[in-house]
Design a protein around this ligand. Sequence first.
Ligand code: NAD
Length: 327
Amino acid sequence: MKRVLITGVAGLIGSHLADKMLDAHYHVTGVDNMLAGRMDNIKLALRSKAFTFKKLDISDKVAIRKKLGGLRFDIIVHLAASKKIGESGSSLKVLTNNLESTVNMLELAKKHKAKFIFASTSDVYGVSKDLPFREDGNVVLGPSYIKRWSYAVSKLYCEHMVFAYHHDFGLPVVVLRYFGCFSSRSNYGPSGGHVPMFIKKALDGDVITIHGDGSQTRSMTHVADVVNGTFLAIKNDKAIGNIINIGSNEEISVRGSADIIMDTARRLSPKTKRSKIEYVPMKKVFGDYKEIARRIPSLAKAKELLGYKPKMDFKKAVKIVALEMSR
Ligand SMILES: NC(=O)c1ccc[n+]([C@@H]2O[C@H](COP(=O)([O-])OP(=O)(O)OC[C@H]3O[C@@H](n4cnc5c(N)ncnc54)[C@H](O)[C@@H]3O)[C@@H](O)[C@H]2O)c1
């Protein structure tokens, strides 16, 4: 039985990945500092004898030695991160947590000669106009005095760090650039992305706020597709040494997704009729940050190396998640 360590296990992707790996008979150790994670997300995993949970901050080297010192891992899936912040938040946590956690997990992987899977993000493509985004394309990021770019920069720096361990120490690594995903285990605040937040507001009869005119596009999928892509990368050694986009290539505007969500929620909740869509000027929310107008991945490499193809379309994913959230 292979032993896997999942960091950020009580978050969205980590908790679903733990369930999938336990089903596939892996021995799973999951860690989370519970800053954004929820115990409820891992209640299914906790029923398994093959699952161990440790509350641990992986930016703390001493705590890692104390809690993981005696264990062995064949695979480390590093998902824990501080996600993007608005202009009112501090970028310090994003920059320090993401870098320190990743270096600590790379050191652990080196010690255990473990395969290292790193969760990066589509945000690293920035405002590149080279669509669909290909893994070998250039990245185009905005100026560093705009805090919102700190998340993309932290992930890009970590990608370089991951490849440094690959080249200098022969560590088997894979960088997955995730595009947006959601489930009923998502965080319903801004860090969980617009879709789960809109579903919650529509079901509760609250106002759905769209930044700008809503014409900006995203490709959002059910978390099951992202977890499936991650699982394929874990199992397939052709992925080693590669950056691979994972997600959906169905492009939907933010306004279009709000319409689909309202339509779905109306059938599930009587409160939805009170809900409405409001638009706020981009400048008011993000200051000088230039919103990414279109975001769509090329999935050619994921298909070629892993046989990956997303299975669920956006409408179906919204239907499943809204139904779960309305219960
Ligand atoms: N969900 C998406 O749509 C998406 C898109 C692109 C990239 N990603 C990346 O995928 C990864 C997982 O995303 P998610 O949506 O599951 O995020 P999430 O916020 O739901 O989960 C991340 C988890 O990491 C934990 N964590 C953060 N710092 C930690 C630390 N120092 N020690 C221990 N635990 C820590 C948090 O408490 C949280 O439970 C992240 O690295 C994220 O940047 C996600």
